[in-house]
Ligand binder design. Structure first.
Ligand SMILES: [Zn+2]
Length: 365
């Protein structure tokens, strides 16, 4: 026992004791206790007490014969308890240090506010409000325990979902690498069976954009989601749940107000009046093509194609660096006229969400 260890009080059996004197020569130790008791004992005989943590841990390894004990990475830095324990478990206790895989930290990125958790620490329940269980499980399953990672509450969640959907498609057509397929399998089922999945898993970023723009208005949301792929329309929002609900919760609780999309009520007359002939022509081409291209794929072709046509290229021409500059300028103009900023949700989704009539109203120069 060293001087920082705590004797248990012999009167009340608690460790509310303070060592007031210790003599190395005789091992005489004097303590007082919060209960009022106090005495002097001989440490070489007295065994009523507890060890400090760094000595206690290796004592237990030796006493219990521990051969395997995982712990957090914070216990493995130089001078930390796992390291010190490894140095003294042999010489002092005659035991061996167990194998101890170290768990790395799981962080979070961009959590706006806590809903259910206390003390600033998010719970799995917080994550499950914005993502489906298989995605959260996959974040863990695809890493080794000693690799750290973050759970995204910010925009990164959209990229993660894209990655997950790609893997899902590869697993479905049998082209996933074995390690990726194994992580996927652990993510989508437990020993008790398959986890609930969204019957029609539309891209999370699309769902998020749509609920952002419709402010969760069900009828409007269904109208837009049906327009995404007119050949195979969504007929009920239930097909897109629970993913739709997760995206809605994310938009409402994690996306800051200044990043939300607000579609203009009235045209930006000032910008419209200042447009050069080239910009006016680009808007005309877009409006003329709307009806014919009213689907996600169609509008994608249209918005990328307008700058090509204006540059005298075929709609399917490969983009040159110069053309890319023109496309960016065209997109920035559309964002300005539709939502009053220079960025926003992907344009095809935004156009579908705004609706053809309102697009015409806002883009007519
Ligand atoms: Zn006491």
């Amino acid at each position: 026992m060293c001087i920082r260890d705590k004797p248990y009080c012999t009167a009340c059996n608690k460790d509310l004791t303070t060592v007031t004197a210790y003599d190395d020569e005789t091992t005489e130790l004097t303590y007082t206790c919060a209960c009022g008791h106090g005495e002097t004992v001989l440490l070489k005989e007295f065994d009523h007490g507890k060890l400090v943590w760094k000595v206690d841990w290796p004592m237990r390894w030796a006493f219990e014969g521990v051969i395997f004990e995982p712990s957090g990475v914070d216990h493995s830095s130089p001078g930390s308890s796992f390291q010190v324990g490894g140095q003294i478990v042999g010489p002092i206790f005659g035991g061996e240090q167990p194998i101890g895989p170290m768990y790395a930290f799981v962080g979070i990125s961009g959590m706006a506010k806590m809903s259910s958790s206390k003390g600033g620490v998010p719970t799995p329940g917080d994550a499950l409000q914005i993502m489906e269980a298989p995605l959260l499980r996959w974040l863990y399953a695809r890493r080794k325990p000693n690799q750290s990672f973050k759970i995204a509450f910010d925009q990164e969640i959209q990229r993660l979902y894209d990655e997950w959907d790609k893997l899902d498609a590869k697993v479905a057509d049998g082209t996933a690498l074995p390690a990726d397929a194994a992580a996927h399998s652990r993510a989508v089922r437990t020993a008790a069976g398959e986890l609930r999945r969204t019957p029609r898993p539309l891209p999370y970023r699309t769902l998020a954009s749509v609920v952002d723009i419709t402010a969760g208005h069900d009828e409007q949301t269904l109208r837009i989601l049906s327009d995404l792929d007119p050949a195979n329309p969504v007929t009920s929002l239930d097909e897109t749940r629970p993913r739709l609900d997760k995206a809605e919760h994310w938009i409402n609780n994690q996306v800051p107000a200044e990043s939300r999309t607000v579609v203009r009520d009235e045209p930006d007359t000032e910008t419209l009046a200042s447009l050069d002939e080239q910009s006016r022509a680009s808007l005309r081409l877009l409006l003329e093509g709307l009806d014919e291209h009213w689907s996600l794929d169609g509008l994608t072709t249209l918005v990328y194609g307008v700058p090509k046509v204006l540059a005298g290229l075929e709609p399917d021409a490969k983009p040159t660096p110069e053309l890319k500059v023109q496309q960016r300028a065209f997109f920035a103009l559309l964002y300005q006229l539709l939502v009053g900023r220079d960025t926003g949700p992907r344009l095809p989704t935004l156009l579908l969400a705004v609706g053809a009539d309102r697009v015409r109203k806002l883009l007519s120069a």
